[in-house]
Design a protein around this ligand. Structure first.
Ligand SMILES: Nc1ncnc2c1ncn2[C@@H]1O[C@H](COP(=O)(O)OP(=O)(O)OP(=O)(O)O)[C@@H](O)[C@H]1O
Ligand SMILES: [Mg+2]
Length: 427
């Protein structure tokens, strides 16, 4: 319907005014348009600002919960669904760049696993602001916290301390690069990482029974029967066999010890802590390197001459097996002097055919299969032999432990290093 306008209709008397006055009071059509335009621009700007604030708040709230960090070309990460800026891309660049610097990129071509990038806020929330009540333990590289993600998954969060020497940074990169290139049921699962400002954090699957040290040197009071101990020994042996012989690159762990053996709810073991691990050229017998690891578990050739090979892990494994059988630390200064250093004492009893004297008394009470214990003990002594070439490879150790191979070799007396201060487990 169109409206009809009657221009000739007279004004009501109260509206009648001289034309000049009317012209003076009513704004001219051009200034009216101008003020309309100003209102329109102002209104638009206000709406835009409100929209911008709303978008910013939403972005902050849902910012990067866990972005998959793939091992693909890092430039692809830049185009992720999270828009212009993506921290995971920076982490990948950092890891990728350091590969180039280390000159070891040829060992890293076959990454197997995909991990996630966690925002610092997500981990802060999961651990209740890194609450001391959630502290699982503290190692040489920083504290480890228990955490729970919003989807209910339990995690272990390792916060690396970055010191001046940047050792934490190095451990962070080595760990991420190593674990993402291997996959085995007896190796710890890294779920993701976080690099936020100075923070370097590793996020692992939470292992319900934490670590082996708590059972063999701790005071949990929980007894591990022989079959559980065999399961742990065999699991660690298989994990090491994979690292040394079966993975696509030869890897030496360098820090095999009770606190780095993590245990799930059913006491299945997983080797953890790959921060000191080394990729190893196939054609080299050993690498000359500076000692890093834990005293008491260290092979003599590595401790004294810095000669590192998988045989150093095999030595540590031997010490670990003795600890599991005897349920004690490898070095214990509270004991009489001849008993303080476990391999030394074990050798003495072996020579005198008194092996059972050293076995955990609770195991003996529980009832054990003597033949099985003797076999494990014998394997341990083969592993702690003084010359690296005498120690059997992990595949042979697995075969011996599972009775798939006859025990034919007699072990040689281990070397007893004269540490100036034989200190408990000190690196
Ligand atoms: N994934 C995990 N699940 C449950 N507990 C864990 C996990 N990772 C580590 N822990 C616990 O945190 C403790 C500290 O671990 P961390 O590796 O930092 O120290 P460490 O092994 O004692 O010393 P080091 O720094 O020499 O390895 C471990 O002893 C273990 O009990
Ligand atoms: Mg550890």
């Amino acid at each position: 319907m169109r409206l009809k306008m009657n221009h000739k209709a007279p004004y009501p008397p109260q509206l009648r005014m001289p034309l000049r006055e009317l012209q003076a009071e009513a704004p001219s059509p051009s200034s009216q348009e101008k003020s309309d335009a100003v209102y329109f621009v102002l209104g638009g700007a206000i709406v835009l600002v409100i929209l911008f604030i709303l978008l910013f708040v939403l972005w902050k709230r849902f910012k990067l919960p866990a972005v998959p960090v793939t091992k693909a070309d890092p430039s692809e990460e830049k185009q992720s669904v999270y828009g212009k800026y993506d921290e995971s891309a920076d982490v990948m660049n950092m890891i990728f760049a350091s590969k180039q610097q280390s000159g070891s990129s040829e060992f890293l071509s076959g990454n197997l696993r995909t991990i996630s990038y966690f925002a610092y806020q997500t981990l802060k929330k999961a651990t209740k602001n890194f609450c001391p009540d959630n502290l699982l333990g503290s190692g040489g590289f920083g504290p480890v916290y228990q955490g729970k993600l919003v989807d209910g998954r339990m995690i272990a969060v390792k916060k690396l301390s970055l010191n001046k020497s940047q050792q934490g940074e190095k451990e962070f990169l080595v760990e991420v690069r190593t674990i993402t290139s291997i996959q085995h049921k007896n190796l710890v699962r890294l779920l993701g990482c976080c690099a936020d400002g100075p923070q370097r954090i590793l996020v692992y699957e939470y292992m319900k029974n934490r670590s082996l040290d708590l059972f063999i040197h701790g005071n949990t009071g929980q007894f591990l029967n022989w079959s559980t101990r065999v399961q742990i020994i065999l699991g660690v042996a298989r994990g090491l066999q994979y690292l040394h012989e079966d993975s696509h690159t030869r890897i030496v762990h360098r820090d095999i010890k009770a606190s780095n053996i993590l245990l799930d709810g059913k006491f299945h073991p997983r080797i953890g802590d790959f921060g000191l691990a080394r990729f190893f050229p196939e054609d080299q017998a050993y690498l000359s390197t500076q000692f890093a690891g834990t005293l008491g578990y260290t092979a003599p050739e590595y401790a004294t001459r810095g000669e590192l090979s998988e045989k150093a892990d095999i030595y540590s494994f031997g010490v670990l097996v003795l600890e599991i059988i005897c349920c004690r630390k490898n070095t214990d200064h509270t004991l009489p002097s001849e008993m303080q250093y476990l391999p030394e004492y074990a050798w003495k009893l072996y020579e005198n055919a008194r092996i059972l004297d050293i076995v955990d008394p609770k195991l003996r009470e529980d009832g054990l299969v003597e033949k099985d214990v003797m076999r494990a003990f014998h394997v341990a002594l083969l592993c702690v032999q003084p010359h690296a070439h005498l120690r059997p490879p992990m595949s042979e150790i697995v075969a011996l432990l599972t009775f798939k191979m006859e025990m034919v070799t007699t072990p040689m007396r281990p070397t007893f290093l004269n540490w100036t201060h034989r200190k408990d487990d000190e690196a």
